[in-house]
Ligand binder design. Structure first.
Ligand SMILES: [Zn+2]
Length: 420
């Protein structure tokens, strides 16, 4: 058996070397010092490390670009991770500059679509005292509004446009000043020619290639938003929440429960990302609050999965791990409880699925080495986590890029992994 598996991996590597030679010479080059620029046919997904919220840039095989979230926390409490690379700029500025460098290297212009998973400041931008006004006024610079100053955004998609009244008007965070700031920004963007849409659960056409059909085995499927999950049949959906009309504010589905999730497919490669979807049910009292499991089941197995809710205690339940069973997990962390002990137990559990798995974190609070020792098993715990899928989607690799500065230096190369 040992010989068999050795021989198989030898053959796989041999075939891989040939494929790499004929397709993307530099994609799997050992020890790349900086990540080579995206080229047509590749799918790149950059999980940008600021230590202060979620943001991921996707460059699709035809050059279509999408930014998923642009979180920016400015607060300084003992619980948050120190700013990456440092506090000389706001997190939204670091994100914008990172995106701009990738687009320039790839000879691409602008962000084609910004998708906000849900309306929290670690995914959009916190409003704190002392932030500058946008040029021309009207709103403050934070998170996505900072990014858009650096890289223009053509289209915005979120879960609540245009009324921002689901699950109920005037409840938190819909009534929060940072949402008012975001809406003022959107109004200015629309005036300037950008468009805004509401996320459509079940759709496989809201996001995707600018040149549809240029890579027929590429697809982005919208899995869930506002508790409405894709059934797997056409673009049909079903509702998971009880009727919210007349619910007391404290009983309404939380903002996290309303998160949007998508699945990206490229040949055999699959990717899941779903904001802060939880599986916590108030300890069994409210089974409908487990939105993570139905979303993961609608998605099915993937190659790479992003942790829901930063690995917090109420996410990464066994249903999520079992349905997605990824080879690679990516954790975007900003707090001392990202991740918690129970979520890592599930993520690493071979009782849930037997396969190997590697976990990469964009950042970790150093104290977690003591309080959550399983984090020692992470392949990486500090740096931008870049998933690069080769043309056709059969294999991918993970490059970890330094977050200590803007040099783009690669500090870790992992893979190639076969997509399955
Ligand atoms: Zn969050």
């Amino acid at each position: 058996m040992v010989c068999m598996s050795t021989r198989r991996s030898f053959l796989f590597n041999g075939a891989a070397a040939l494929a790499a030679g004929s397709l993307n010479t530099s994609m799997f080059a050992a020890g790349e010092e900086t990540l080579s620029a995206w080229r047509p046919g590749m799918l790149d997904i950059h999980h940008i490390s600021t230590g202060r919220g979620n943001s991921a840039l996707m460059i699709m095989p035809d050059g279509t670009t999408m930014l998923i979230d642009a979180g920016a926390l400015h607060r300084n409490t003992p619980y948050v991770i120190d700013e990456k690379p440092n506090a000389s700029r706001r997190p939204g500025e670091w994100i914008g500059r990172y995106v701009k460098r990738q687009l320039e290297a790839a000879k691409l212009e602008g962000i084609d679509a910004f998708m906000n998973t849900h309306l929290h400041d670690d995914h959009l931008g916190e409003l704190t005292a002392g932030l500058p006004d946008a040029p021309g006024g009207g709103y403050k610079l934070t998170g996505i509004t900072d990014v858009a100053q650096i890289v223009p955004v053509k289209r915005f998609v979120d879960r609540a446009w245009p009324d921002y009244n689901y699950p109920a008007a005037g409840v938190f965070p819909l009534n929060a000043p940072f949402i008012a700031n975001y809406r003022a920004f959107l109004a200015a963007q629309v005036k300037a020619g950008s468009t805004v849409e509401r996320f459509k659960p079940g759709s496989n056409t809201q996001f995707g290639l600018k040149k549809p059909g240029s890579y027929p085995n590429f697809e982005i499927r919208n899995l869930i938003a506002n508790g409405e999950v894709w059934t797997g049949q056409g673009s049909a959906t079903k509702k998971l929440f009880p009727d919210v009309a007349g619910m007391k504010p404290e009983d309404l589905p939380s903002e996290n429960c309303c998160s949007c999730a998508i699945r990206v497919k490229y040949g055999n490669f699959g990717y899941y990302t779903g904001g802060d979807l939880p599986s916590g049910t108030n300890y069994g009292r409210d089974p409908w609050r487990d939105v993570e499991t139905p979303a993961a089941e609608a998605c099915g197995p993937v190659s790479v999965a992003v942790f829901n809710h930063h690995g917090y205690y109420d996410a990464e339940g066994p249903g999520y791990v079992r349905a997605l069973r990824p080879r690679v997990f990516v954790l975007m962390a900003w707090d001392s409880a990202h991740p918690t002990v129970n979520t890592l137990a599930a993520v690493y559990s071979k009782a849930i699925y037997p396969g190997e798995r590697d976990v990469f974190a964009t950042a970790l609070k150093p104290e977690l080495k003591i309080t959550n020792k399983r984090t020692a098993d992470f392949k990486s715990s500090n740096g931008h986590v870049v998933v690069r899928v080769e043309e056709g989607g059969e294999r991918f690799k993970v490059a970890v890029v330094t977050n200590a500065d803007e040099s783009g230096k690669v500090i870790g190369n992992f893979g190639p992994y076969p997509s399955a």
